[in-house]
Design a protein around this ligand. Structure first.
Ligand SMILES: Cc1cc2nc3c(=O)[nH]c(=O)nc-3n(C[C@H](O)[C@H](O)[C@H](O)COP(=O)(O)OP(=O)(O)OC[C@H]3O[C@@H](n4cnc5c(N)ncnc54)[C@H](O)[C@@H]3O)c2cc1C
Length: 377
């Protein structure tokens, strides 16, 4: 990359699932696109450490960007996966209230409120079902007081998804520079000069898709309104337990920054529980947290029934890029913000970011890349 090169139309900082989805969408619009990635390949950030769930959009305020992008993104990601041969499975998901739960009545009321929120958000395929039907769907579950089935929730190979998006972009002449950490951006009269570990480059438009580091990239151009608070989620693996067919979630506790420890399934038949939600200081400390075993054992027994301690083994973690500060109790929406003109930031792209990736990319390509004003929030 040399400073004398002509400016590219679009530079994207970050080759996670979001940057790669935007690259594929931008290339379809006929723009010349350069992706700058700090690591030596795509998808090694938040994109590499998550549950791989294709969500239905139950939890977000109706009309919010999270709700809209999740519902639209679910349809788009299944369509993409089917067309591109990306491994996925529509397992369906159960949200349950175990009959033994403390304050069962309040939990049942919260499940009904969640169902209503899903309906108002346009989530597809979600219905309240009887405890008997839940037992037929998952015979190994302890008795439920109430349950909701989300037929279209599922799982996807996130690594394959990211790779397929980037491969599609590269077929349309997108250039990817790896080991290209962006260190400084200088706005000019007509374009931006971006300095990276691979040298300077000029771009007419820039998109910040730097995940956990998006606030730091934003500060490079004077946008200091946002701080990302790393929020860690650990997982434990189930061993020699009955095989479940559905993702199984408890009703989320009010104010919980996560969804509550739940059962996630893997495409190869593996079963994990997690992630929990714990605010941490470091954005890059993935050291093991085996000390959480007792807490996970209790939560898993509450959700799935009897379990011996040796049936649960530590299995890694991911770190969420949250805009919600540790002392806050309300979730915040995905932020898309253009500042200065021509520079778009995507901030707080936590879950359901994988599900929403193609919808966010569509919004960026149809709005920002066509010169339309971006509605913040
Ligand atoms: C525990 C956990 C569970 C989750 N589960 C789900 C789920 O089940 N379903 C779902 O839909 N979503 C889930 N998510 C959310 C999802 O993983 C994220 O929303 C998504 O991966 C974010 O992708 P991204 O591209 O924004 O970020 P990243 O994947 O982090 O990509 C950002 C990229 O930018 C690069 N970068 C950073 N700074 C610079 C710089 N200065 N210069 C150049 N490159 C830079 C990084 O190296 C990185 O590759 C989960 C997240 C977590 C943490």
């Amino acid at each position: 990359m040399s400073e004398t090169d002509d400016a590219v139309d679009v530079a994207i900082i970050g080759a996670g699932v979001i940057g790669c989805a935007i690259a594929a969408a931008a290339a379809r619009h006929g723009s010349s696109v350069l992706v700058l990635e700090r690591e030596d390949r795509e998808g090694t950030g938040v994109t590499s450490r998550n549950s791989g769930v294709v969500h239905s959009g139950l939890y977000y305020p109706p009309g919010s960007r999270k709700a809209r992008a999740c519902v639209r993104g679910q349809a788009l990601v299944y369509e993409w996966a089917a067309r591109r041969g990306v491994a996925h499975r529509r397992t369906g998901k159960l949200v349950i209230v175990p009959a033994s739960a403390p304050r069962v009545d309040a939990a049942v009321a919260a499940l009904h409120a969640l169902h209503e929120n899903a309906r108002r958000s346009g989530a597809r395929g979600c219905e309240l079902i009887s405890p008997e039907r839940a037992a037929r769907l998952e015979p190994s579950l302890p008795q439920c007081a109430a349950a909701m089935l989300c037929r279209h929730s599922g799982i996807i190979d996130v690594h394959e998804l990211t790779r397929s998006l980037l491969a599609d972009a590269c077929q349309r002449d997108v250039v990817v520079a790896t080991r290209a950490e962006v260190t400084r951006v200088t706005p000019g009269a007509r374009d931006f000069t971006i300095e990276s570990a691979r040298g300077p480059v000029r771009a007419t438009r820039v998109i910040n898709a730097a995940g956990l580091y998006a606030d730091r990239v934003a500060r490079m151009v004077g946008l200091d309104d946002y701080t990302i608070y790393p929020c860690r989620g650990d997982y434990f693996r189930l061993r020699r337990t009955p095989r479940f067919e559905h993702l199984i979630y408890p009703v989320r506790a009010p104010g919980d920054p996560g969804l509550g420890i739940h059962l996630t399934l893997e495409l190869d038949g593996g079963q994990r529980v997690g992630p929990d939600a714990e605010y941490v200081d470091a954005r890059d400390d993935f050291g093991p947290a085996e000390h959480k075993h007792a807490v996970f054992l209790e939560a898993t027994r509450r959700l799935l029934g009897p379990l011996a301690p040796e049936q649960l083994a530590y299995d890694g973690c991911g770190i969420r890029p949250k805009l919600r500060a540790p002392h806050e109790t309300r979730d915040l929406d995905f932020i898309l913000r253009e500042q200065p003109a021509g520079f778009l930031h995507l901030l707080g792209i936590e879950s359901p970011g994988v599900t929403a990736a193609l919808a966010l990319a569509e919004e960026v390509a149809d709005g920002f890349l066509k010169g339309q004003a971006v509605v913040s929030g």
